[in-house]
Design a protein around this ligand. Structure first.
Ligand SMILES: NCCCC[C@H](N)C(=O)NCC(=O)O
Length: 466
């Protein structure tokens, strides 16, 4: 007689609830990531953060992940201690990091509070507030990236063989909603109570995220106990060994995916930090207006990503989507870079933002559910962590490069703004750099399609097999 083994993951209510709990934390985490993004203008006047300081703070999110290789350890930790414990650890790191960043930009600290004299005593060209903000953001960055790989592995755990790409698409959609919300909320809160209020609210929301991960803990525990009791002696769980990582590093296809990931995301996330300033400059808008206009970007991605996930689950075509997404990112950045002033209207900017939103749906929807097709489940956490690590190198360096290129392509502008003049930066060079990342991503996406055809990874095949 055929035995039917039901676990929690076979219950749609349970697995979608697990997804909501994981995604809610990512919603708050993505809000915090960009809480300062729409405030570059205020930061320049109130805390004396020039574009390169702003870029360095934005890039600091990735310092520890990259230089201390925290992300690699996070992947190993995840594969060893499992999803639920890793989730709690990442949530705690995010709250600690956010609180330090909040302290660094607070009036209390900047009026000479605890540690101010010390942080003001060295490298005086870089404000003390920015130094502390960098420290906090780097710790937060460890937490958020660890949360990212944990959530990805968690979703595979609950949805493998089921609606995997849809679930990942929905999780990302909820995260994009976080970005949309923060681009609306942060300038408003800053207007009401200053930058500290924006960051303070963001920190509080992260505490709620930690709570959500804590509730998830019990779902995960129950699922594991059910899975363990179903496992037979002849079918033991495969143990993770650090030596298994060799297979990841030596896989050419995996490295192509990682390269595509770093190039594509370098043209997206760092751009998010500079987009408001660029729109203010190109369209002569206020910060609030530019933040509102740019908020259509994550909203577009939010709406489309789950549909594309559903499409990949049922029809496949992930490699083609990676190619199309990379092409769109080039077109969009070129529109921002080279459209003459007289033609760069609100409608043109909105059109480019919508295109970018489509691109930002195609690539993430296709990329992340493709990883389990390339590596073994026992090293999946590490595989995600290695891709994230390589991606983080780009995400850390790009804002620094962009901030620097903005400064050197606009000689004297930072000084004139600090002296109170109402002039704007020219963003042509930074936007061309973003477009160049897109070109390189496109080349890798093409190569990936070739490799997939040759080696048969099934990247173009649906996830759900009938
Ligand atoms: N500044 C945002 C960093 C999130 C990066 C993360 N490693 C990631 O790639 N997440 C997937 C996504 O599409 O958001």
């Amino acid at each position: 007689m055929e035995k039917i083994h039901n676990t929690l993951r076979d219950s749609p209510v349970a697995r979608w609830t697990a997804l909501i709990l994981l995604a809610l934390t990512m919603f708050f985490a993505y809000m915090f990531i960009d809480v300062l993004a729409p405030l570059s203008t205020q930061l320049e006047t109130s805390l004396k953060w020039s574009p390169d300081t702003f870029g360095a703070v934005a890039g600091s999110e990735y310092f520890l992940n990259v230089f201390v290789a925290f992300l690699i350890f996070a992947g190993i930790i995840l594969d060893r201690i499992g999803v639920r414990r890793s989730a709690i650890l990442s949530g705690i790191l995010m709250v600690i990091g956010a609180s330090i960043k909040l302290y660094g930009i607070s009036d209390h600290f900047n009026a000479g509070g605890f540690g101010y004299d010390f942080f003001n005593s060295f490298w005086t060209g870089f404000p003390a507030s920015a130094k502390v903000a960098c420290m906090g953001f780097a710790i937060f960055g460890c937490g958020v990236e660890m949360a990212g790989i944990t959530v990805s592995k968690g979703i595979v755990k609950w949805f493998a063989g089921k609606e995997l790409a849809l679930a990942m698409g929905l999780e990302m959609a909820i995260a994009r909603l976080g970005v949309f919300s923060v681009f609306r909320l942060s300038p408003y809160l800053a207007e009401q109570g200053g930058i500290t209020l924006s960051v303070g609210v963001g920190t509080l929301l992260l505490l709620i995220g930690l709570l959500s991960f804590s509730v998830y803990f019990f779902f995960d525990k129950k699922l594991d106990s059910q899975t363990d009791s179903l496992r037979t002696a002849s079918d033991p769980e495969e143990e993770f060994k650090v030596s298994d990582l060799k297979a990841i590093f030596t896989s050419k296809t995996f490295m192509v995916v990682a390269g595509l990931c770093v190039l594509f995301y370098s043209a997206i996330f760092p751009f998010q930090k500079f987009a408001t300033g660029m729109l203010e400059s190109r369209l002569g808008m206020t910060t609030v207006e530019a933040g509102n206009l740019f908020s259509y970007f994550p909203i577009g991605a939010m709406i489309l990503t789950p549909f594309l996930g559903w499409f990949i689950d049922h029809k496949g075509k992930a490699a083609t989507m990676l190619f199309a997404g990379s092409l769109l990112v080039i077109i969009c950045h070129l529109i921002f870079a080279i459209t003459p002033v007289e033609n760069f209207t609100f409608a043109v900017a909105l059109g480019a933002i919508i295109l970018l939103g489509i691109s930002f749906s195609l690539v993430p929807a296709a990329l992340w559910p493709s990883v389990p097709k390339l590596v073994d489940n026992k090293v999946l956490g590490s595989a995600y962590s290695i891709i994230f690590w390589i991606q983080n190198i780009g995400l850390m360096l790009t804002p620094i490069l962009i901030g620097w290129s903005l400064k050197v392509s606009n000689p004297g502008v930072a000084e004139r703004i600090l002296a109170g003049e109402d002039i704007k930066y020219n963003y042509t060079v930074p936007m061309l750099i973003f477009a160049a990342f897109g070109v390189a991503a496109l080349a890798l996406a093409f190569y990936l399609k070739v490799l997939d055809k040759k080696k048969g990874y099934g990247l173009e095949s649906p996830n759900i097999r009938k």
